[in-house]
Design a protein around this ligand. Structure first.
Ligand SMILES: *[C@@H]1O[C@H](CO)[C@@H](O)[C@H](O)[C@H]1NC(C)=O
Ligand SMILES: *[C@@H]1O[C@H](CO)[C@@H](O)[C@H](O)[C@H]1NC(C)=O
Ligand SMILES: *[C@@H]1O[C@H](CO)[C@@H](O)[C@H](O)[C@H]1NC(C)=O
Length: 666
């Protein structure tokens, strides 16, 4: 997506040309708008509709345009939703775009969650109270750099061969069931019923999936219509690439497109692609990319505000409706971060922060870009007064803590308290088969007597990363991401092989069956490299470590009598659980803080039982955001699960702001 804008001299010329074009278009647009409003004296009933002839939305009979922003409620604590929506509104926006994360609300088959961070109806209510319209994007697939694109993992447990996002009857059955729980919540909030939801999306960039399944598209349209009737506008969104707009288009559903940083001619080109499938009607960019996503082990994606502001203005001057993606990104708490596989066999896990270089940062503060965009937007639509912009959120850095090693995950206590009941199996069961969303699965077996020294251990189709132990001692690491699938093992190491597999997040884009665990085989080379002397294991003891809601780290801390770690800090006998108490005195005010992870290696962090997500010293994300709302006066329980190596001083340092290394303009 990287592109230069224009050289200095050429720039002046093209700006001059653009101004002329823009002036002409403004004239036309204003002309149309003024003529319309003067003819439009009669009273109109409440309703949100499309005037195809005049290329505009109509709200209660009057032309309406939205400048919206995407806000992921599932990436922000509910205590902060109102402040964040206030900030979004003060940025000049009149609507908020809400994706719905199915997997958050329906984490297990038949189990529904509508409380706390999952209280999506509350988000809609707050948006209404704050004077924002809502663009609802229920998916059911949302991509969003979230695990499995928001589809619940258990679909694959229940239907091992399910073909999601197609007319597969199992998928249709589950979508129908899900919508019957979800959609009634929004009925009274639809614009035509007196609420603030003006638009409801059908599927999500379905054209990019390539299936173009008419039966499925029409099914999903009808399932949505069942609840929306004519009380809001249904729409699709697809990239202006190849035939994706056509492939994603559903009969009788309004079409929008999505694109990021472009020059004026490319903006025209993109909207013309939209015009090819929908010759008339308002123009909408449903995902105007304000930044970009970032994976571990790569540079931190950044996108300049000034350049984006030009693209924004080109769209607004054409009369288009714009929806920023993201306006506020937030955090991939817990194990929700997804992954990508750009179709070239390269798996890449998403970082925990979903800052996205958006106009509001991970904590919800306006950035420089926020003001730049606001200055453009206010030329085109009414915006609230600048004094409405909330003050910057305060932060604190509560010194440093010395962490105490509690125990190893693979100790008897660790297995007892944190592990599921072990099962024997001839085959390598996946996380999905074990009904386990995320965390780790431990596969153990007996090693044969090795007659080659060393001999290669070979794991095919590992998902995603394996810490390997022989007789409970660490021997090495295998990785899907870095395409490393063999490991030499010494002949005399021992006889027990333990493979601890970490799920690093399911693929969120172009999703297929990204089932976790080991999908292939585990073998060791026995005698002679020239013949096919692979000893394939087929007798496993399997233990899950889900680190889900039921995780009881406190109890592990209570049973431990102190655990000795290697002087180098290496986690030689399995991941190590560390503990400390952060005390905040009653007279101290609590603010957001950030943990600087740079001395640690790889793992995840719990504060007061809340999983704040994964850390990994390779970056580019170096700090972990700790929102003030999970902290409390008095004692705060901090637990780290460190997979690889702790700093020898065992210190955990806090800082006042985020640190990302290796920024890259994209
Ligand atoms: C329904 O799914 C089948 C199997 O994936 C596919 O071949 C067929 O084209 C789909 N139906 C339509 C109308 O697209
Ligand atoms: C606009 O961008 C496109 C694609 O990046 C490029 O090919 C084209 O030359 C640019 N046009 C102008 C006028 O800069
Ligand atoms: C499988 O492994 C278990 C535990 O190591 C052992 O007790 C059992 O005899 C093995 N079964 C077979 C069929 O090898």
């Amino acid at each position: 997506m990287t592109q230069g804008f224009c050289g200095r001299h050429k720039c002046l010329i093209s700006i001059a040309a653009a101004i002329i074009v823009i002036a002409a278009i403004v004239g036309i647009v204003l002309g149309v708008v003024l003529t319309r409003s003067s003819n439009d004296e009669e009273k109109h009933e409440r309703g949100f509709s499309i005037d195809y002839e005049h290329d505009t939305f109509l709200m209660d009979g009057k032309p309406f345009r939205y400048v919206a922003g995407s806000f992921h409620y599932f990436r922000a604590l509910p205590q902060t939703w109102r402040q964040k929506l206030k900030t979004l509104k003060a940025g000049g926006l009149n609507a908020v775009d809400l994706y719905i994360q199915w997997s958050l609300h329906n984490p297990e088959d038949g189990i529904y969650n509508w409380d706390g961070i999952a209280d999506v109806e509350r988000v809609v209510e707050i948006a209404t109270e704050e004077g924002l319209f809502v663009i609802l994007r229920p998916g059911p697939y949302i991509c969003a750099e979230i695990d499995n694109g928001g589809l619940p993992y258990w679909l694959a447990t229940k239907y091992p061969n399910i073909k999601v996002r197609t007319n597969d009857t199992n998928y249709l059955f589950e979508v129908e069931r899900w919508y019957s729980k979800l959609m009634p919540k929004f009925e009274k909030h639809l614009y035509g019923n007196g609420g603030n939801i003006i638009m409801v999306q059908v599927e999500n960039e379905y054209g990019a999936f390539g299936a173009c399944d008419e039966e499925y598209k029409e099914f999903l349209r009808d399932e949505t219509l069942k609840y929306t009737q004519d009380k809001a506008i249904l729409f699709t969104t697809d990239r202006p690439i190849d035939d994706e707009l056509k492939c994603g288009q559903v009969k009788d559903v309004f079409v929008t497109t999505d694109f990021g940083l472009y020059n004026f001619s490319m903006v025209m080109y993109n909207f013309n692609k939209l015009r090819e499938v929908q010759p008339k009607g308002p123009l909408v960019n449903t995902e105007f990319y304000t930044g970009w996503l970032t994976h571990w082990q790569e540079a931190n994606a950044r996108r300049g505000g000034e350049d984006l502001a030009k693209t924004l203005e080109y769209m607004l001057v054409l009369g288009a409706n714009v929806d920023f993606y993201m306006y506020f990104g937030g955090t991939n708490f817990g194990f929700w971060a997804g992954a990508n596989d750009w179709g070239i066999g390269k798996y890449m896990a998403d970082i925990t922060s979903y800052d996205y270089d958006a106009p509001m940062d991970e904590a919800g503060n306006p950035t420089e870009k926020y003001m730049i965009f606001r200055d453009v937007i206010k030329k085109y639509i009414d915006v609230v007064d600048e004094s409405e912009i909330p003050e910057k959120i305060k932060t604190m850095a509560p010194g440093s803590l010395t962490m105490t090693p509690v125990n190893s995950l693979l100790s008897a206590e660790g297995r007892n308290i944190l592990g599921s009941r072990s099962i024997e199996s001839n085959t390598l069961l996946t996380f999905e088969q074990l009904k386990q969303f995320s965390g780790f699965v431990l596969y153990e077996t007996e090693l044969p007597k090795l007659t080659r020294d060393p001999a290669n251990l070979l794991i095919t189709d590992l998902r995603d990363r394996a810490l390997v132990y022989v007789d409970e001692e660490y021997v090495g690491l295998l990785s899907r991401e870095n395409v490393i699938n063999t490991l030499p093992i010494n002949a005399d190491y021992g006889s027990k092989l333990s493979i601890l597999v970490e799920n690093q997040g399911r693929i969120n884009f172009q999703i297929a069956d990204d089932y976790k665990g080991i999908r292939g085989t585990v073998a060791v080379q026995t005698f002679d490299a020239s013949s096919n002397n692979l000893y394939e294991f087929n007798n496993w003891t399997i233990t899950g470590f889900p680190f889900d809601k039921s995780v009881d780290l406190e109890s592990l801390a209570r049973t431990s009598n102190g655990y000795q770690i290697d002087s180098s800090g290496l986690a030689l006998n399995g991941p190590i659980i560390f503990h400390a108490t952060l005390t905040i005195n009653d007279n101290e005010e609590i603010f957001d803080t950030y943990w600087d992870t740079s001395d640690w290696n790889k793992g995840f962090l719990f504060v007061n039982g809340f999983n704040l997500g994964r850390y990994w010293s390779v970056g580019p994300q170096i700090t972990m955001y700790i929102p003030k709302d999970i902290l409390q006066h008095g004692k705060n329980a901090i637990f780290l699960v460190e997979l690889q190596q702790a700093p020898t001083n065992l210190k955990m340092h806090f800082v006042k702001g985020p640190i990302f290394i290796n920024d890259e303009k994209v």
